[in-house]
Write a protein that binds this ligand. Structure first.
Ligand SMILES: Nc1nc2c(c(=O)[nH]1)N[C@H]1C(S)=C(S)[C@@H](COP(=O)(O)OP(=O)(O)OC[C@H]3O[C@@H](n4cnc5c(=O)[nH]c(N)nc54)[C@H](O)[C@@H]3O)O[C@H]1N2
Ligand SMILES: Nc1nc2c(c(=O)[nH]1)N[C@H]1C(S)=C(S)[C@@H](COP(=O)(O)OP(=O)(O)OC[C@H]3O[C@@H](n4cnc5c(=O)[nH]c(N)nc54)[C@H](O)[C@@H]3O)O[C@H]1N2
Ligand code: SF4
Ligand SMILES: [Mo]
Length: 895
């Protein structure tokens, strides 16, 4: 059976096609206007993330598995008791852009209308809050003026703080396809790092972090100086221009001054400015390098100012374009999931709106003031002011700044309820009540992508165990708390209809978000709903691709607003510190609870890493491939060093993905201070200051085991030294590095065989076959169960290059004595070696790619013909191009 749905990862919102009943085959939906059949590497690996292993299958209260009626009773009675004693504002919800619109709508309605607590915020605060605030300042409403079809119409693409090649890959591929078709098109990347998105770009501005505002203020004054202003548009459709220009001019000065402030060559700034003024069809695509800053909202407005000044907004092929992160970041904004919003794009600034929502919901306890934004919310938990928090579809112990404080706050909080889909997350470890949710593939509802397009997520598989839809458990709790009349829905179609009706309620055109055209959908029409861009109403019965084309905006005057913004001095970098930047990698999604299940996705980057410039590495005594400890007054993180000139000297980069589930000390947010943008409340997650030192751990330990042993062994192994976990097709791999001290504590100095045996048996490993070369400090052993390998261990005082793939293949089959001995060599008889996987779809490793390049494959197409790499989803093409460039340079040097 063939069914259509939507990819659950990024805000591109690609349509997928699923075939099969239980073993799903997932491919791109050629009819979906976001992707026209393409999928990136994460989308292509979706089928690998399914299955019951590791899934939460039943509710738990205080560690005990319970039935649903017991769980709902525990949630509602404990919440009610806290409310009775401390008032409604003592309870909070922390939601997520990964909930469906229907889940989000009922959660928001329950808290803000019925329980009467305004303290509902969402991980979108960490993600899109600055854009929302910037849009509202400029347009009077949170509208995205453009659409994806503008990509094919544009001729110049400016990527600001967005690594689209890895984080919005399908849109990046659309840009690349345009460039290939017409190389006259220009791609400019503005990012302190040379990211994968710079591959094939015409210009990369590796600006000093945080100076985007100066750069765009410089652009605004350049546009004016070059007399390229669209004066008619400015006069007719905007306000605040002269103040904004004056402020930009006062700050920016000449191109040389801008260049100096941004630490860029003046010629690069000049080239960027000229491209912008010369090409009317310019799209400026931005993401977290813009939003996650203390002046994130101002950066957003500085970008929008330049588009307003040139009248390039709402028109085909141009405009400012915010790339949303999560699959339903936009949907969350629509229902009002942020603490300063109320519902359906209405907020607390006007009594009339509050009254309207109260009436529509018939809400007994409507909130009248905004609640706490994420950072403030967790501080209120820390203070004991918030006594109960229900966390849904997000993992704040990993993703919030000052994550150790968040952990302590949750540990001390009297009632923590977590709804999730997996058994173990860092946040669940602090929960009193854990509720099993259905995940993508089992859920049923809608999501809205970056271009305002609402798409259906349809049920492809039955719910595992007792898992329930998020909206169902929220409604069950609401009913148990006495609000049954208002929370009884036949299904997601009914919730969607109500949400659409609220958007239309007393909306005579003053509110942009209007789904009146969808409020009467029947259940079947909802089931069949084709992707559509809001608004859907009388004026746009089929949805609107662009907004603002008529020069009409949603401010009281109907005009768009320029905002005068100016760059503040950033904090000085302390002596002996590096500036820490954080972000994403190609094959992982956030805290890895889903992508970490797909073996093929874990090999592109297998452990937490630290990228820095070779000059800095020298200063701190770090070596490529060694371990480093990053620290500051807030916390510590351990990571593998990767030296790269893609990083500016004085700065470094770590990924956000690793958690306690996959590493010993891999959470980067323990290092990031909770400094927020004063307008949006979004934390500045791209900037921390850290000290770095080498972490010299003497002993290398590899443990490769059956997944069944993982739950038992991981807590034991991750507690000393350095540990990282990888998963392969049928095993789990731990890479440990231990100090002599650690090993002495566990096994014995100098690898005393009896103590080592003790350590191994404390890990529940009884090696049957071992090879010891104790004088050299080497130890290798394998344990068998019913004639099959259950675990093998390799210990050495030197780095070990094991053929992990070969070792993995020795599980789940009977082995002869010879094969068992071979296994302990750590190599296959052919002696193949391990190198990083570049193409995850076909598991093509760097070593084979480099060999093929040396043998004459000098284009990614040739590599594809020979090795298949890059021929499925294409996400690795930027890296293939980079390898070709670097191999050819190295060859050149040797010649
Ligand atoms: N593979 C993958 N894709 C994802 C996700 C994922 O987890 N994995 N998550 C999704 C989500 S929720 C989001 S929000 C998006 C985020 O998508 P992006 O915003 O593209 O992601 P990041 O890697 O966080 O940051 C982007 C870039 O900002 C740069 N940067 C840092 N400081 C500055 C600065 O001061 N100025 C400028 N101009 N740039 C700066 C960083 O060097 C980095 O390359 O990705 C989505 N897509
Ligand atoms: N330093 C730094 N920190 C960052 C960022 C950064 O760039 N730098 N980026 C920030 C951004 S933009 C974001 S979006 C956040 C992301 O950070 P989080 O939201 O904390 O990360 P996820 O891993 O996506 O968490 C989603 C959780 O929901 C569960 N889940 C999945 N599907 C469902 C479902 O249908 N229902 C329920 N109930 N649960 C489900 C998953 O198992 C997982 O535990 O991180 C932020 N933190
Ligand atoms: S670009 Fe990739 S992760 Fe994003 S929606 Fe499309 S397939 Fe999913
Ligand atoms: Mo995000």
């Amino acid at each position: 059976m063939q069914r259509l749905s939507t990819c659950p990862y990024c805000g591109v919102g690609c349509g997928i096609r699923s075939e099969g009943q239980t073993d799903l085959q997932i491919s791109g939906d050629s009819g979906h206007p976001a992707n026209f059949g393409r999928l990136c590497v994460k989308g292509s690996a979706l089928a690998q993330t399914l299955g019951e292993q590791g899934r939460l299958l039943a509710p738990k209260v205080d560690g005990q598995t319970v039935s649903w009626p017991e769980a709902i009773d525990a949630v509602s009675s404990r919440l009610s008791a806290i409310i009775a004693e401390h008032g409604p504002a003592s309870v909070a919800m922390y939601l997520s852009g990964q909930l469906l619109t229907e889940d989000y709508y009922v959660a928001n309605k329950l808290m803000k209308g019925f329980i009467g607590s305004p303290h509902v915020d969402t991980n979108s605060r960490l993600c899109m809050a600055s854009t929302v605030a910037g849009h509202k300042r400029a347009f009077g409403a949170d509208i995205v003026p453009g659409c994806y079809a503008d990509i094919e119409l544009a001729r110049c693409y400016i990527l600001v703080g967005a690594n689209m090649a890895w984080n919005h890959p399908v849109l990046f591929q659309r840009i690349q396809a345009c460039k290939q078709q017409d190389p006259g098109r220009t791609i400019i990347v503005i990012d302190p790092r040379r990211s994968a998105s710079c591959e094939g770009a015409d210009l990369h501005l590796a600006l000093k972090p945080g100076t985007d505002l100066l750069l765009f203020n410089g652009l605004l004054s350049f546009i004016a100086a070059e007399q390229q202003l669209d004066q008619n548009f400015i006069n007719a459709h905007t306000e605040g221009f002269s103040e904004a220009l004056l402020s930009a001019q006062q700050q920016a000065g000449t191109i040389e001054q801008v260049a100096m402030g941004c630490d860029l060559p003046p010629a690069q700034v000049d080239a960027f400015y000229r491209c912008f003024v010369d090409e009317p069809l310019t799209l400026t695509l931005f993401s977290q390098g813009v939003n996650q800053a203390q002046n994130g909202t101002d950066k957003v407005n500085a970008i929008i100012n330049c588009h307003l000044a040139t009248g390039r907004i709402g028109k085909a092929g141009c405009g400012p374009f915010s790339l949303t992160g999560q699959p339903n970041a936009m949907g969350g904004r629509e229902v009002g999931g942020l603490a300063n919003q109320l519902a359906a794009h209405m907020d607390y600034s006007q009594n009339a709106d509050i009254e309207l929502v109260r009436q529509f919901w018939q809400a007994p306890n409507i909130c009248r003031q905004p609640g706490y934004k994420a950072v403030d919310l967790f501080e209120a938990v820390e203070r004991g002011e918030i006594k109960a928090i229900w966390i849904m579809a997000t993992n704040p112990l990993v993703s919030m700044p000052e994550a150790n404080r968040v952990k302590a706050a949750l540990e001390a909080c009297p009632l923590v309820i977590v709804s999730d889909i997996v058994t173990h997350t860092d946040t669940i470890a602090c929960a009193d009540i854990v509720l099993p949710a259905t995940g993508w593939s089992e859920k049923d509802g809608t999501v809205t992508n970056s271009e305002r397009r609402i798409s259906r997520q349809r049920t492809l598989l039955p719910a595992p165990g007792l898992a329930r839809h998020d909206w169902q458990m929220i409604c069950d709790v609401a009913k148990a708390m006495g609000f049954a009349e208002h929370f009884t829905y036949a299904g997601p179609a009914a919730i969607f209809a109500e949400h659409a009706a609220l958007s239309a309620y007393q909306n005579t055109g003053q509110r942009a978000f209007d789904l009146s055209g969808l409020m009467h959908l029947t259940a079947q029409q909802y089931q069949d709903l084709a992707p559509v861009q809001w608004p859907v109403n009388h004026k746009y019965p089929k949805g609107a691709s662009r907004l603002g084309a008529d020069g009409q905006f949603y401010t009281p005057s109907g005009k768009a607003r320029f905002i005068a913004v100016s760059q503040q001095q950033s904090a000085e970098l302390a002596r002996d510190h590096l500036l820490l930047n954080t972000g994403r990698v190609r094959d992982q999604w956030h805290s890895m609870t889903r992508t970490g299940r797909a073996a093929s996705l874990l090999q592109h980057r297998a452990e937490p890493f630290l990228e820095l410039h070779p000059l800095d590495a020298q200063q701190f005594g770090l070596t490529d491939g060694g371990l480093a400890r990053l620290s500051n007054s807030l916390g510590q993180m351990d990571a593998r060093v990767r030296l790269t000139e893609a990083q500016r000297s004085g700065e470094c980069f770590v990924p956000i993905h690793w958690t306690d589930q996959f590493s010993s000390k891999g959470r980067c947010d323990v290092l990031v201070p909770a400094l927020v943008d004063p307008v949006s409340g979004q934390p500045a997650l791209k900037q921390a200051q850290v000290q770095i030192q080498p972490l010299s751990l003497h002993w290398q330990v590899w443990l490769i085991l059956k997944p069944e042993l993982d739950e038992l062994l991981w807590p034991l192994c991750r507690s000393s030294g350095y540990a990282s976990k990888q998963k392969s097709a049928q095993t789990v791999l731990y890479h440990l590095e231990l100090a002599e001290m650690d090993l002495a504590a566990t096994a014995g100095a100098g690898l005393d065989p009896t103590k080592l045996q003790l350590w191994l048996s404390s890990l529940a490993i009884q090696p049957e076959l071992s090879s010891q070369a104790l004088s050299l400090g080497h130890y290798r052993a394998a344990a068998f169960e019913a004639e099959q390998l259950s675990c093998c261990v390799f210990i050495s005082p030197e780095p070990l290059n094991l053929a992990l793939e070969y070792l993995d293949q020795q599980f789940n089959k009977e082995l002869s004595l010879n094969e068992r001995r071979q296994l302990l060599t750590g190599r296959s008889s052919s002696g193949e070696m391990q190198s990083a996987v570049i193409c995850s779809c076909f598991q093509v490793r760097e070593a084979s790619i480099c060999a093929a390049i040396r043998e004459g494959c000098h284009s990614y197409q040739q590599l594809g013909q020979q090795l298949k790499c890059g021929t499925n989803c294409g996400s690795c093409i930027p890296e293939l191009k980079a390898l070709i460039a670097s191999e050819i340079t190295t060859q050149g040097e040797t010649i």
